[in-house]
Design a protein around this ligand. Sequence first.
Ligand code: CUA
Length: 179
Amino acid sequence: MSEEDIHRSELRWGAIAAFAVGIMIAVIVVSSFAMAIHPPSHVEAIDPTTLNTNVEFAECNLGTRVNPDGSVTVRIIATQFEFLPRCIPVPKGQQVTFRVTSPDVIHGFFIAGSNANTMVVPGYVAQLRTVFSTAGNYLMPCHEFCGLGHSEMWALVKVLEGAQWKTDASGKASCEIPR
Ligand code: CUA
């Protein structure tokens, strides 16, 4: 192989590498700007050490709430090794905003059969919105290894319709896990 052949081969491989990098950049640009695909975690900091005195994530404010404007917000604390609350009622066919945070370690937030899937990182509020178009029970397991009790950490999302979906006078909805 002459020196010129080697030089040509190097140029060819250089062009192939540049082409591959170009494709990757194009995929990132198109998916993030044109298709709006982003990491689902919404960047909002919260002090995990004072979560017990936080107004929004106070025990009485956890769970499902219909806001004065009619929107539905569900606030959840993911902690070793349970979700608070464990039973989460939501209305069918209406947008639901989930706000989840952790006082201890990283947990996973995933509602099987829906597109809700994010990590719950201590120090941040993970927020996502979704609409459930089918009524029924959806299992919500923690899907991020968080310690010895990880496999026991799950909750139930109950998608309710019609008269089954109801709130108390303060707009709170709650449910019980069937035994
Ligand atoms: Cu929490 Cu795994």
